[in-house]
Design a protein around this ligand. Sequence first.
Ligand SMILES: Nc1ncnc2c1ncn2[C@@H]1O[C@H](COP(=O)(O)OP(=O)(O)OP(=O)(O)O)[C@@H](O)[C@H]1O
Length: 254
Amino acid sequence: MKLSARNISWQVNGRQLLDNIRLETVPGENLGLIGPNGSGKTTLLRILAGLQKPHTGDVWLGDQSMYRMRQRHIARSIALVEQQAMASDRISVHQAVSLGRTPYLSPMRGWSPQDEAIVSRALYDVGIEPLKTRPWHTLSGGEGQRVQIARALAQQPDILLLDEPTNHLDIRHQLSILGLVRALPITVVIALHDLNQAMDCDRVGVLEDGRLVDIGPPEEVLTPHRLRRTFGVHADVLANAQDQRHYMRFRQAV
Ligand SMILES: Nc1ncnc2c1ncn2[C@@H]1O[C@H](COP(=O)(O)OP(=O)(O)OP(=O)(O)O)[C@@H](O)[C@H]1O
């Protein structure tokens, strides 16, 4: 299923936070969103998830405008993991992840063994099964982040939107969550600050002051010129001799 942003703009107090964004996902791709602090990544993800409506423009999910769809149907297709996702609710980790099944439940369709199996799988996939009886609010930042990702996986979306999903995670969990997300047979749009992690995406979109200034394969987009212009850093893009994958070495701020 395709998600398309059609000429999206959003302003606050006369400031243009998103400026005429046009973007269409390719089914099954991993699309990285990068840009400096305040460039609009979170705002764009919230609009793509249907949590905020743009002042102008439209978001289409498949062949219909999101604004003509019921929230429940949107939630069966799109899951968002937000950056500030710590819990205050006094519920267990298992209950928190079970919330991902809400869009599928109704008075006619109660909790089933299939829902339980999906929740168990999601807990297992992000490595938090041993914590499932713990109160959610007692978790560390990284554990809480993995619960949010498990909740989104339990939602079984076609499109997963992730806002810096690894910012609280230690390096092992960063690699395992990114590996898990990349292996999912669904479309993933992921805001990242780590530009070397962005190198592993299928495509990368660059936001600068609310404008999408470039989008394409990472090795075409993440050039020394782009890193200097958008991020204000001098960097070298190097190829690993063993697998020819590119990575960046940052030298200094401009
Ligand atoms: N409701 C709001 N009212 C006023 N300003 C806002 C509002 N929401 C976002 N902004 C501003 O819009 C800009 C873009 O914010 P956004 O969170 O989308 O950026 P970001 O690229 O995700 O940043 P970061 O990398 O720091 O997470 C920021 O300058 C932010 O302060």
